[in-house]
Design a protein around this ligand. Structure first.
Ligand SMILES: [Zn+2]
Length: 396
Protein backbone atom coordinates (compact mmCIF):
# COMPACT_ATOMS: atom_id res chain seq x y z
CA UNK A 1 0.00 0.00 0.00
CA UNK A 2 1.52 3.28 -1.13
CA UNK A 3 0.81 6.96 -0.83
CA UNK A 4 -0.22 6.78 2.84
CA UNK A 5 -0.61 10.38 4.01
CA UNK A 6 -0.11 9.53 7.65
CA UNK A 7 0.89 6.03 8.72
CA UNK A 8 0.33 5.34 12.43
CA UNK A 9 2.57 2.40 13.36
CA UNK A 10 1.39 2.37 17.01
CA UNK A 11 4.90 1.74 18.21
CA UNK A 12 5.83 2.24 21.86
CA UNK A 13 5.47 5.97 21.16
CA UNK A 14 1.71 6.53 20.54
CA UNK A 15 2.31 9.84 18.75
CA UNK A 16 4.72 8.43 16.11
CA UNK A 17 3.57 9.21 12.56
CA UNK A 18 5.24 8.35 9.25
CA UNK A 19 4.21 11.02 6.74
CA UNK A 20 4.24 9.73 3.18
CA UNK A 21 4.42 6.09 4.17
CA UNK A 22 4.10 2.69 2.56
CA UNK A 23 3.56 -0.86 3.80
CA UNK A 24 4.45 -4.10 2.06
CA UNK A 25 2.56 -7.26 2.92
CA UNK A 26 3.54 -10.84 2.22
CA UNK A 27 1.62 -14.00 3.16
CA UNK A 28 -0.75 -12.11 5.46
CA UNK A 29 2.03 -10.45 7.45
CA UNK A 30 3.76 -7.07 7.29
CA UNK A 31 7.05 -7.44 5.45
CA UNK A 32 8.20 -3.83 5.17
CA UNK A 33 7.21 -0.42 6.66
CA UNK A 34 8.71 2.96 5.89
CA UNK A 35 8.65 6.04 3.68
CA UNK A 36 7.00 5.55 0.31
CA UNK A 37 10.05 6.98 -1.46
CA UNK A 38 12.26 4.29 0.14
CA UNK A 39 10.01 1.37 -0.83
CA UNK A 40 12.15 -1.24 -2.60
CA UNK A 41 10.67 -2.40 -5.92
CA UNK A 42 8.78 -5.66 -5.65
CA UNK A 43 8.21 -7.99 -8.56
CA UNK A 44 4.51 -8.68 -9.34
CA UNK A 45 3.33 -6.82 -6.23
CA UNK A 46 -0.33 -5.82 -6.24
CA UNK A 47 -0.42 -2.11 -5.38
CA UNK A 48 -3.08 -0.28 -3.40
CA UNK A 49 -3.16 3.53 -3.40
CA UNK A 50 -4.18 5.04 -0.04
CA UNK A 51 -4.62 8.41 -1.80
CA UNK A 52 -3.10 10.33 1.09
CA UNK A 53 -5.36 8.83 3.74
CA UNK A 54 -4.46 7.82 7.30
CA UNK A 55 -3.55 4.15 7.81
CA UNK A 56 -3.18 2.44 11.17
CA UNK A 57 -3.45 -1.10 12.50
CA UNK A 58 -6.92 -2.64 12.72
CA UNK A 59 -8.69 -2.11 16.03
CA UNK A 60 -8.30 -4.71 18.78
CA UNK A 61 -11.52 -4.95 20.82
CA UNK A 62 -10.66 -6.88 24.01
CA UNK A 63 -14.05 -7.09 25.76
CA UNK A 64 -17.29 -8.13 24.04
CA UNK A 65 -20.33 -10.31 24.69
CA UNK A 66 -21.16 -10.84 21.04
CA UNK A 67 -23.15 -14.09 21.31
CA UNK A 68 -26.72 -13.38 22.34
CA UNK A 69 -30.33 -13.57 21.21
CA UNK A 70 -33.27 -11.37 22.08
CA UNK A 71 -33.57 -7.66 22.74
CA UNK A 72 -33.22 -5.45 25.81
CA UNK A 73 -34.81 -2.37 24.27
CA UNK A 74 -37.45 -2.16 26.99
CA UNK A 75 -34.78 -2.06 29.69
CA UNK A 76 -33.00 0.67 27.75
CA UNK A 77 -36.14 2.77 27.52
CA UNK A 78 -36.81 2.22 31.23
CA UNK A 79 -33.32 3.43 32.04
CA UNK A 80 -33.91 6.54 30.00
CA UNK A 81 -36.85 7.15 32.32
CA UNK A 82 -34.49 7.10 35.28
CA UNK A 83 -34.09 3.53 36.53
CA UNK A 84 -30.63 2.30 37.57
CA UNK A 85 -28.72 -0.83 36.46
CA UNK A 86 -28.13 -3.79 38.77
CA UNK A 87 -27.23 -6.48 36.25
CA UNK A 88 -30.76 -7.90 36.46
CA UNK A 89 -31.53 -7.51 32.75
CA UNK A 90 -28.97 -10.21 31.95
CA UNK A 91 -31.65 -12.81 32.83
CA UNK A 92 -33.77 -11.59 29.89
CA UNK A 93 -30.92 -12.27 27.47
CA UNK A 94 -30.14 -15.64 29.10
CA UNK A 95 -33.70 -16.87 28.46
CA UNK A 96 -33.63 -15.79 24.80
CA UNK A 97 -30.12 -17.18 24.24
CA UNK A 98 -30.97 -20.59 25.70
CA UNK A 99 -34.03 -20.75 23.46
CA UNK A 100 -32.08 -19.94 20.27
CA UNK A 101 -30.45 -22.57 18.07
CA UNK A 102 -26.70 -22.61 17.45
CA UNK A 103 -27.29 -21.43 13.89
CA UNK A 104 -29.43 -18.52 15.05
CA UNK A 105 -26.86 -17.47 17.63
CA UNK A 106 -24.14 -17.66 14.99
CA UNK A 107 -26.16 -15.70 12.43
CA UNK A 108 -26.90 -12.84 14.85
CA UNK A 109 -23.31 -12.67 16.13
CA UNK A 110 -21.85 -12.87 12.62
CA UNK A 111 -24.01 -9.94 11.54
CA UNK A 112 -22.65 -7.92 14.46
CA UNK A 113 -19.16 -9.10 13.60
CA UNK A 114 -19.48 -7.89 10.01
CA UNK A 115 -20.52 -4.46 11.29
CA UNK A 116 -17.44 -4.47 13.53
CA UNK A 117 -15.08 -5.41 10.73
CA UNK A 118 -16.66 -2.69 8.57
CA UNK A 119 -15.80 -0.30 11.42
CA UNK A 120 -12.16 -1.45 11.40
CA UNK A 121 -12.04 -4.15 14.08
CA UNK A 122 -9.72 -7.00 13.12
CA UNK A 123 -9.13 -8.70 16.49
CA UNK A 124 -11.85 -9.35 19.04
CA UNK A 125 -12.34 -11.06 22.37
CA UNK A 126 -15.77 -12.70 22.75
CA UNK A 127 -17.20 -13.94 26.04
CA UNK A 128 -19.86 -16.48 26.81
CA UNK A 129 -22.12 -15.56 29.74
CA UNK A 130 -25.68 -15.78 28.45
CA UNK A 131 -25.99 -19.55 28.69
CA UNK A 132 -25.22 -20.02 32.39
CA UNK A 133 -25.51 -23.81 32.39
CA UNK A 134 -22.55 -25.97 31.35
CA UNK A 135 -24.45 -27.13 28.25
CA UNK A 136 -25.39 -23.65 27.04
CA UNK A 137 -22.09 -22.02 27.97
CA UNK A 138 -20.12 -24.67 26.08
CA UNK A 139 -22.31 -24.39 23.00
CA UNK A 140 -21.75 -20.61 23.07
CA UNK A 141 -18.00 -21.39 23.00
CA UNK A 142 -18.66 -23.47 19.88
CA UNK A 143 -20.44 -20.48 18.32
CA UNK A 144 -17.43 -18.29 19.19
CA UNK A 145 -15.09 -20.81 17.56
CA UNK A 146 -17.26 -20.71 14.43
CA UNK A 147 -17.11 -16.89 14.43
CA UNK A 148 -13.32 -17.26 14.43
CA UNK A 149 -13.26 -19.66 11.52
CA UNK A 150 -15.99 -18.18 9.29
CA UNK A 151 -15.20 -14.47 9.62
CA UNK A 152 -11.80 -13.15 8.54
CA UNK A 153 -10.64 -11.81 11.90
CA UNK A 154 -8.77 -12.96 15.02
CA UNK A 155 -11.04 -14.23 17.77
CA UNK A 156 -10.12 -14.87 21.40
CA UNK A 157 -12.70 -16.88 23.36
CA UNK A 158 -13.50 -16.27 27.02
CA UNK A 159 -15.55 -18.43 29.38
CA UNK A 160 -17.76 -16.13 31.49
CA UNK A 161 -19.97 -18.62 33.29
CA UNK A 162 -19.58 -16.25 36.25
CA UNK A 163 -21.53 -13.45 34.57
CA UNK A 164 -24.38 -13.49 37.08
CA UNK A 165 -26.00 -16.10 39.40
CA UNK A 166 -28.86 -17.48 37.27
CA UNK A 167 -32.39 -17.07 38.57
CA UNK A 168 -33.43 -19.85 40.91
CA UNK A 169 -29.92 -21.22 41.49
CA UNK A 170 -28.19 -21.65 44.84
CA UNK A 171 -25.09 -19.42 44.96
CA UNK A 172 -22.53 -21.89 46.20
CA UNK A 173 -23.80 -24.69 43.98
CA UNK A 174 -23.60 -22.41 40.98
CA UNK A 175 -20.04 -21.33 41.78
CA UNK A 176 -19.11 -25.03 42.17
CA UNK A 177 -20.60 -25.67 38.74
CA UNK A 178 -18.63 -22.82 37.14
CA UNK A 179 -15.41 -24.08 38.74
CA UNK A 180 -16.15 -27.59 37.46
CA UNK A 181 -16.84 -26.33 33.92
CA UNK A 182 -13.57 -24.41 33.48
CA UNK A 183 -11.55 -27.38 32.21
CA UNK A 184 -14.27 -28.28 29.67
CA UNK A 185 -14.29 -24.65 28.53
CA UNK A 186 -10.56 -24.97 27.83
CA UNK A 187 -11.23 -28.04 25.68
CA UNK A 188 -13.94 -26.13 23.76
CA UNK A 189 -11.57 -23.34 22.76
CA UNK A 190 -11.58 -20.84 25.63
CA UNK A 191 -8.26 -19.08 26.16
CA UNK A 192 -9.55 -16.91 29.01
CA UNK A 193 -11.78 -17.03 32.06
CA UNK A 194 -13.59 -13.88 33.20
CA UNK A 195 -15.65 -13.16 36.33
CA UNK A 196 -18.10 -10.29 36.94
CA UNK A 197 -16.61 -9.47 40.35
CA UNK A 198 -18.70 -6.65 41.76
CA UNK A 199 -21.15 -5.62 44.45
CA UNK A 200 -24.21 -7.88 44.32
CA UNK A 201 -22.70 -10.09 41.58
CA UNK A 202 -19.72 -12.39 42.48
CA UNK A 203 -17.77 -11.82 45.70
CA UNK A 204 -14.00 -11.60 45.96
CA UNK A 205 -13.88 -15.06 47.55
CA UNK A 206 -16.05 -16.64 44.84
CA UNK A 207 -13.92 -14.91 42.22
CA UNK A 208 -10.71 -16.26 43.78
CA UNK A 209 -12.03 -19.82 43.52
CA UNK A 210 -12.90 -19.43 39.85
CA UNK A 211 -9.57 -17.74 39.03
CA UNK A 212 -7.69 -20.56 40.74
CA UNK A 213 -9.57 -23.12 38.65
CA UNK A 214 -8.67 -21.15 35.52
CA UNK A 215 -5.01 -21.11 36.46
CA UNK A 216 -5.07 -24.87 37.10
CA UNK A 217 -6.61 -25.41 33.66
CA UNK A 218 -3.87 -23.32 32.06
CA UNK A 219 -6.21 -20.49 31.06
CA UNK A 220 -5.54 -16.75 31.28
CA UNK A 221 -7.73 -14.57 33.48
CA UNK A 222 -9.50 -11.22 33.29
CA UNK A 223 -12.12 -9.50 35.43
CA UNK A 224 -15.11 -7.22 35.21
CA UNK A 225 -14.00 -5.05 38.10
CA UNK A 226 -15.17 -2.03 40.11
CA UNK A 227 -18.04 -1.13 37.74
CA UNK A 228 -20.91 -0.95 40.21
CA UNK A 229 -18.95 -0.19 43.39
CA UNK A 230 -15.43 -0.15 44.84
CA UNK A 231 -14.88 -3.74 46.00
CA UNK A 232 -11.13 -4.31 45.77
CA UNK A 233 -11.52 -6.33 42.54
CA UNK A 234 -8.69 -4.34 40.93
CA UNK A 235 -6.34 -5.43 43.74
CA UNK A 236 -7.50 -9.01 43.27
CA UNK A 237 -6.71 -8.77 39.53
CA UNK A 238 -3.24 -7.53 40.48
CA UNK A 239 -2.69 -10.32 43.03
CA UNK A 240 -3.70 -12.96 40.48
CA UNK A 241 -1.78 -11.42 37.61
CA UNK A 242 -4.93 -11.13 35.47
CA UNK A 243 -4.30 -9.90 31.93
CA UNK A 244 -6.85 -7.13 32.37
CA UNK A 245 -9.34 -5.55 34.73
CA UNK A 246 -12.23 -3.95 32.88
CA UNK A 247 -14.69 -1.08 33.60
CA UNK A 248 -13.01 0.33 36.75
CA UNK A 249 -15.40 3.26 37.27
CA UNK A 250 -14.85 2.93 41.04
CA UNK A 251 -11.17 1.96 41.15
CA UNK A 252 -9.10 3.50 43.95
CA UNK A 253 -5.68 5.08 43.44
CA UNK A 254 -4.26 2.21 45.47
CA UNK A 255 -5.96 -0.38 43.25
CA UNK A 256 -4.68 1.41 40.16
CA UNK A 257 -1.12 1.38 41.50
CA UNK A 258 -1.41 -2.35 42.24
CA UNK A 259 -2.59 -2.94 38.65
CA UNK A 260 0.32 -0.94 37.24
CA UNK A 261 2.83 -2.83 39.39
CA UNK A 262 1.49 -6.20 38.22
CA UNK A 263 1.10 -5.23 34.57
CA UNK A 264 -2.70 -5.61 34.59
CA UNK A 265 -4.13 -3.69 31.61
CA UNK A 266 -7.07 -1.39 32.40
CA UNK A 267 -9.84 -1.74 29.82
CA UNK A 268 -12.07 1.33 29.60
CA UNK A 269 -15.61 1.02 28.25
CA UNK A 270 -16.96 4.53 27.82
CA UNK A 271 -20.04 3.47 25.85
CA UNK A 272 -21.26 1.56 28.93
CA UNK A 273 -21.00 4.61 31.12
CA UNK A 274 -22.84 6.58 28.47
CA UNK A 275 -25.52 3.94 27.92
CA UNK A 276 -26.12 3.57 31.67
CA UNK A 277 -26.09 7.36 31.99
CA UNK A 278 -23.99 7.22 35.16
CA UNK A 279 -21.50 9.66 33.65
CA UNK A 280 -18.75 8.29 35.88
CA UNK A 281 -15.67 9.04 33.81
CA UNK A 282 -13.26 9.76 36.68
CA UNK A 283 -11.29 6.52 36.50
CA UNK A 284 -9.22 7.66 33.54
CA UNK A 285 -6.95 10.15 35.39
CA UNK A 286 -6.62 7.74 38.33
CA UNK A 287 -5.41 4.93 36.04
CA UNK A 288 -3.28 7.18 33.85
CA UNK A 289 -1.52 8.79 36.84
CA UNK A 290 -0.80 5.34 38.29
CA UNK A 291 0.85 4.32 35.01
CA UNK A 292 -1.65 1.59 34.07
CA UNK A 293 -1.53 0.46 30.42
CA UNK A 294 -4.94 1.33 29.00
CA UNK A 295 -7.12 -0.30 26.38
CA UNK A 296 -10.48 0.74 24.93
CA UNK A 297 -13.31 -1.61 24.06
CA UNK A 298 -16.93 -1.62 22.93
CA UNK A 299 -18.15 -4.13 25.56
CA UNK A 300 -20.67 -4.94 22.82
CA UNK A 301 -23.67 -6.45 24.64
CA UNK A 302 -27.45 -6.20 24.41
CA UNK A 303 -28.05 -4.41 27.71
CA UNK A 304 -25.45 -1.82 28.56
CA UNK A 305 -23.52 -1.15 25.37
CA UNK A 306 -25.06 -2.05 22.04
CA UNK A 307 -22.08 -0.78 20.09
CA UNK A 308 -20.07 -2.32 17.27
CA UNK A 309 -17.95 0.72 16.54
CA UNK A 310 -14.45 1.20 17.89
CA UNK A 311 -14.29 4.62 16.15
CA UNK A 312 -17.24 5.68 18.30
CA UNK A 313 -15.48 4.37 21.42
CA UNK A 314 -12.36 6.36 20.47
CA UNK A 315 -14.48 9.49 19.97
CA UNK A 316 -16.07 9.09 23.37
CA UNK A 317 -12.76 8.36 25.09
CA UNK A 318 -11.37 11.63 23.79
CA UNK A 319 -14.48 13.66 24.48
CA UNK A 320 -15.47 12.35 27.90
CA UNK A 321 -12.14 11.31 29.43
CA UNK A 322 -10.10 14.03 27.74
CA UNK A 323 -7.74 11.42 26.24
CA UNK A 324 -5.38 12.79 23.60
CA UNK A 325 -6.24 11.43 20.13
CA UNK A 326 -3.06 9.38 19.73
CA UNK A 327 -3.37 7.94 23.20
CA UNK A 328 -6.95 6.84 22.46
CA UNK A 329 -5.93 5.29 19.12
CA UNK A 330 -3.05 3.49 20.84
CA UNK A 331 -5.43 2.19 23.54
CA UNK A 332 -7.81 0.97 20.79
CA UNK A 333 -5.04 -0.98 19.04
CA UNK A 334 -1.82 -1.70 20.99
CA UNK A 335 -3.64 -1.38 24.31
CA UNK A 336 -6.20 -3.99 23.25
CA UNK A 337 -3.38 -6.25 22.06
CA UNK A 338 -1.72 -5.87 25.48
CA UNK A 339 -5.00 -6.74 27.20
CA UNK A 340 -5.09 -9.96 25.15
CA UNK A 341 -1.33 -10.52 25.55
CA UNK A 342 -0.81 -10.52 21.78
CA UNK A 343 2.24 -9.03 20.11
CA UNK A 344 1.19 -9.88 16.52
CA UNK A 345 -1.74 -7.45 16.30
CA UNK A 346 -2.46 -3.80 17.15
CA UNK A 347 0.60 -2.35 15.43
CA UNK A 348 2.19 -1.92 12.03
CA UNK A 349 5.60 -3.53 12.31
CA UNK A 350 7.50 -6.15 10.35
CA UNK A 351 6.22 -9.59 11.32
CA UNK A 352 2.86 -8.39 12.66
CA UNK A 353 -0.33 -9.55 11.00
CA UNK A 354 -1.32 -7.45 8.00
CA UNK A 355 -4.47 -6.10 9.68
CA UNK A 356 -4.83 -2.51 8.56
CA UNK A 357 -7.37 0.22 8.86
CA UNK A 358 -7.67 2.97 6.26
CA UNK A 359 -9.35 6.02 7.75
CA UNK A 360 -11.39 8.07 5.31
CA UNK A 361 -9.52 11.27 6.11
CA UNK A 362 -6.11 12.94 5.79
CA UNK A 363 -5.70 13.38 9.56
CA UNK A 364 -6.51 11.05 12.47
CA UNK A 365 -7.87 13.91 14.60
CA UNK A 366 -10.85 13.97 12.22
CA UNK A 367 -11.84 10.53 13.52
CA UNK A 368 -12.74 12.27 16.77
CA UNK A 369 -13.73 15.72 15.51
CA UNK A 370 -16.13 14.52 12.79
CA UNK A 371 -18.98 13.33 14.97
CA UNK A 372 -21.22 10.55 13.77
CA UNK A 373 -19.55 10.20 10.37
CA UNK A 374 -18.42 6.83 8.98
CA UNK A 375 -14.70 6.75 9.76
CA UNK A 376 -13.40 3.76 7.83
CA UNK A 377 -12.52 3.73 4.12
CA UNK A 378 -11.31 0.12 4.16
CA UNK A 379 -10.43 -2.69 6.52
CA UNK A 380 -7.65 -5.08 5.54
CA UNK A 381 -7.48 -8.38 7.39
CA UNK A 382 -4.57 -10.75 6.94
CA UNK A 383 -3.49 -8.77 3.89
CA UNK A 384 -6.87 -8.92 2.15
CA UNK A 385 -9.23 -5.99 1.62
CA UNK A 386 -12.46 -6.90 3.34
CA UNK A 387 -15.68 -6.47 1.41
CA UNK A 388 -18.99 -6.88 3.20
CA UNK A 389 -21.22 -9.62 1.80
CA UNK A 390 -24.29 -8.36 0.03
CA UNK A 391 -27.62 -8.63 1.82
CA UNK A 392 -28.18 -8.01 5.49
CA UNK A 393 -30.52 -9.16 8.18
CA UNK A 394 -32.68 -7.06 10.46
CA UNK A 395 -30.65 -5.23 13.16
CA UNK A 396 -29.98 -7.67 15.93
ZN1 LIG B 1 -18.66 -6.93 29.93
Amino acid sequence: MRNIGRLLPMSDAPEEVIEGGAVRVHDGAIAWVGLDRDLPPGADAHELDAEGRVVGPGFVDPHTHLVWAGSRREEFVTRLAGESYDGGGIATTVAATRAASDDTLFAFAAERGRRMIANGTTTIEIKTGYGLTPEHELRCLDVIARLGSELPWNVEATYLGAHVIPDGRDRSEYVDEVVATVSQAAVRGARWVDVFCDEGIFTLEETRRILRAAREAGLGTRLHAEEIAHTGAADLAAQFGCASADHLEHVSAEGARAMAASGVVGVLLPTVTLSLRTFAFGQYPVLRDAGVTLALSTDCNPGTSWCESMPYVVQLACLVYGMPVHEALWAATRGGAAALQRSDVGRIAVGARADLLVLDTEHEADLVAHLGAPATAATIVGGRVWTPPSGSTVAS
